[in-house]
Write a protein that binds this ligand. Sequence first.
Ligand code: AHR
Length: 343
Amino acid sequence: MKKNILYPLLVAIMSLSLCAIMIIGEMSGLFLNPKGQEDQASSDDKLIVVGVSQLGSESVWRTANTESIQKSLSRENGYFAILNNARQKQDNQIKAIRSFISQRVDYIVFSPVTEDGFENVLTEAKDAGIPVILMDRTVNVEDDSLYVTHVGSNMEEEGRKAGEWLEGELARRNMSDEEINIIVLKGTEGSTSEIGRSKGFHDIAKKHPGWNILAEVDADFTNTKAQEEMGKLLRQYSDIDVVISQNDDMTFGAIEAMRKRGITTGRDGDVMIVSFDACHEALTMVYNGLINVDIECNPIQGDYVSEVIRKLENGETVEKEYFVDEQVFTKENVADSLSSRAY
Ligand code: AHR
């Protein structure tokens, strides 16, 4: 008798539970029909798998660079990208590359934090038959067959542009023969951007005996480190004419350190500011006269990388180096680019 009353109740509870499972399953895509599963699997098979080792997220520029590669290597464009952020640590990059090798990715895209120290892991990638594309920065290796190509900026040229701008500006102010005291805030020591920009600027500076480089300090491409280092330098040197800051984030920190001590910057200020990157906030400061010049470093490199991969997929040969387009911004020409700058 008891059994007869409980039975319909049990059936009702089980049916309701089954319905609930079906609805949740449908919503979460758990119950794709076999055909759906096949479609998904076969379209995934066609995706090009790319391991991307990004060096960190130290600057506005870096965020724009990461977004560019994510946008270009999207699923809609035929890619499956595995992105790793190394947080400015070489060990993390080496671990990430080793993990890409063990996952047997089709390509490795890699923005090295410094130039030295990647020879072994790149040899492992080569032995595994995985082509490596360097993005933004490059590596110092004896055997350049360890990577297929480098897509990025001509950092040395950027450094030269900074020096040439200063030459021109001093001539315009009739100050070419004066003693000029210069501070250089350097990006991460040993990185391509630091090495190239320092070399390019020095190539011009050595032609000018009156340019006194008072100090060159490593501020790691970050705002906070630059603010700290600039604070120390201001206690040490009372007469600074020019700050060459190797990226915009460090420029913001340096300007803040000067502002706190009542020192003005830019076109009509106490200290001339030469910056690199040309992100929106810095270009606004160029427009407002707080930064004298910004040497562009273009982070939008994703499409270039994708094009290289497409060529390799088609069996075409690629160049060993591709430089992105870049320009120099001053008050005179910045207005047009300001409205369209997305980062
Ligand atoms: O390597 C490019 C440099 O790295 C950019 O100038 C800087 O902002 C970034 O951190």
